[in-house]
Every structure is written in C-alpha cells, then in structure tokens.
Design a binder for this molecule. Structure first.
Ligand SMILES: [Zn+2]
Length: 375
C-alpha cells in the first residue's frame, strides 16, 4: 500500500479497503452514510464494508446508472434521518458523483442547479462539507480524486458541479474490488481513463505536472487494458488499470475537451441510457483527428507514451483498440436517434469542457463531429 498526497489523500493497493475504519476515525466520522448501488449490495461487498465499521452505518443503495437530482435528494433525506456525519461512496463514478451531490446539499441550501459550474456555482460551493471517502469499484472515472460531479437534473439537463471542496477527503483504491468487473465494463471504464489522460494532456492550460501524470497513466492503460479485459482475474492488470484511472483523475483538473463536452449531453439522455466510457471510446478517434493540427508536437509525445511508431496515427490506433475491445463503432450503433443531435450539439457548446479543447469549438464544429461519429 502506498500513501500518495496530490490533491487528496490516497490509499492504494490490493487490500487497501481494510483501512476504511481507520480513515473514518481520522476524519472524526461516527455515523457514515454508505452510498452505493444495488448491484454492489448483491455482491456482498457492502455487507463486508458494514462489518468493518464499529458503529451505526446508514445505507443508500439507490444510485442510478447516471446520478440524478432525485437520487441526491433521496440520499440527503437518509443522511438527515439517520443523523449521519460523513459519507462513504462505494462504486463507480455514479455512486461517487452522487455522493458529492449529497455532501453538497447536506450543508448547502437547495435547489441543486444553482451550484452548477455553468450557472456560476463554483463560487457558491464553500468548504463547509461533510467528510467524504471514495472507494472506486471500477477503474476509469477518476472521480475518487476529482473535483467534479456530473448530475442529471429533474428537467433533463446533465450539468457539471465543480469545486476543490468536492474532492473526496480520502480515496481508497483497492484493485481487488475490480476483479469481478465483466469484460465489457472493464473496457468501457478503461477507455474513460484513457480519454482523461489524453484530453488533459492536450488541454491548452499550463500544468506540466498534470501532463506528466496524464502521459504516465496513458502508457499504463494502453499496455494493461487489453490484459484486464482478457483476464479479469489478473491482479497486476487490475492494479495497473486502477492506477491509470487514478492518474487520469489526478490530472483532469487541467481541463478536458470535446470528447467530454460531447459525451456529457449524450449521457443525460433518458433513452437510450448510454455509458460514459463507451461514449468516450466512440468519440475519441474523430475528436483526435479534428484536433491534431492545433496541438503542436503533442501527438508525437502521445505516440511515445503509447509505444507507437513515429509515423503511426493516434486516432487510427484508438479506433482499432475499440474494435479489439468490442466497443461499438458509432453513435447510431449505440442506438442514439438522429433527431436528438441538434440538442446534443447545443449541449456540447455549453459544456464546461469546451473551454479547454485545444481547437476552438463552435456549433458548426460540433455539428461536423456529431455527424462523423453518428454514422
Ligand atoms: Zn470521463
């Protein structure tokens, strides 16, 4: 196990979940609310977590596939009813993002939308927040060390909530928790980690340490994701992927780009329900081709990290990787109806990640890209 401090406190390694009670005690939490989903309850993991903790443990297990305002309000009601004084999120990005929304509304007055980044919410989020420990059970989102939460509001808008105060106080990254993840979900979440490392690296903001972390995470993910998909029981591959996902989350403070600006509104659709990582996998090749001329020598550095030949095409490589990992090839193959594209274009233009795409993006640029990735 390694203690790493960069943005937040991280306990990393096989078996790391055993430090949960200790970390809660350090934070002074006596009655935590565990936020998770029913799938994880069914695996027995949540019972194991409860057994590790000495006092009363409250539970909210209704996390939906993509976190919603309604779920935040339900979980806040449980938090208040059971007199909780801290939160433990156990799950993928949805449970962790939901927990950030719950922490926010546990101490800040509603409604939730006033805290959204694009509505001027960053300044309204204060440090007055209950302690939050994040325990990821997928290797992808990086939300365990990220300052953002993506939540779909009751009116259908999928908005980003961003603040350093939303960063979990502790991330407990235990690769053993990902051993049972099926190949499709391993691939999709792993492609999300890859998209974080690449988009962060290409973001025009100045932050060399974040770029170095992004390139290292990318190198690990390109090498180990196919192995983790092929053999889910390979603990070394799981550990490397958990580190790659963590690194993606540690660096995306530098800003993401058009891949995420496009996948955020798509992820807010009621139907079909689309997986964030799968969307990013499908979007990445086209966006990388579109951005290439605006990135100076950075694609050569991407090729270096990915172990590609000097004349290899980064976008083509990722398109091939999608095929090898069984990812879909287009938005239409994912069941996205063509009628929703105008709304998706409008959502992408307004998304907070648009500001840090290396190529300036207007409505016409997104129209071109959506057309390419839909077909
Ligand atoms: Zn992402």
């Amino acid at each position: 196990m390694n203690l790493i401090t960069y943005l937040t406190r991280i306990q990393f390694g096989a078996g790391a979940i055993s430090v949960l009670a200790e970390e809660l005690a350090l934070l002074g939490v006596r009655t935590p609310l565990v936020i998770t989903d029913q799938g994880l309850v069914a695996t027995g993991l949540i019972a194991r977590v409860k057994d590790m903790l000495p006092g009363t443990v409250a539970l909210y297990d209704g996390t939906p596939g993509n976190p919603t305002e309604a779920a935040v309000l339900d979980a806040v009601a449980v938090y208040r009813r059971d007199g909780c004084d801290g939160i433990v999120a156990v799950g993928g990005g949805s449970s962790i993002d939901l927990a950030k929304g719950v922490a926010l509304l546990a101490t800040h007055p509603g409604p939730l939308d006033q805290y959204a980044a694009i509505l001027g919410g960053v300044a309204r989020i204060s440090a007055d927040m209950p302690p939050l420990i994040a325990i990821p059970t997928t290797a992808g989102t990086g939300s365990e060390v990220g300052r953002a939460a993506l939540i779909t509001l009751t009116d259908g808008r999928k908005l980003g909530f961003i603040s350093p105060h939303l960063i979990p106080n502790v991330a407990i990254c235990d690769p053993e928790l990902t051993l049972g993840l099926p190949p499709g979900l391993t691939a999709a979440t792993g492609m999300d980690a890859i998209s974080h490392c690449i988009e962060t690296f290409l973001s025009p903001r100045f932050n060399p340490p974040a770029e170095a972390i992004g390139l290292d995470g990318l190198a690990r993910a390109i090498r180990w994701l196919p192995k983790a998909v092929e053999n889910g029981a390979d603990l070394e591959a799981r550990s490397e992927m958990m580190m790659a996902a963590l690194q993606g989350g540690m660096c995306f403070q530098k800003g993401l780009g058009a891949v995420h600006a496009m996948s955020h509104p798509l992820g807010g659709l009621e139907a079909p329900r689309l997986h964030h990582g799968t969307l990013n996998a499908v979007l990445m090749p086209a966006v990388l081709r579109y951005n290439e001329a605006y990135c100076g020598d950075k694609y050569a550095r991407l090729r270096g990290a990915m172990g590609l030949a000097a004349d290899a095409d980064v976008a083509d490589f990722l398109a091939d990787l999608n095929v090898r990992l069984g990812m879909p090839q287009s938005l239409s193959a994912m069941g996205v109806p063509a009628e929703c594209l105008p709304a998706m274009i409008a959502g992408a233009v307004k998304d907070h990640s648009t500001a840090t795409n290396p190529r300036p993006m207007a409505e016409a640029d997104y129209a071109t890209l959506f057309e390419q990735v839909w077909a």
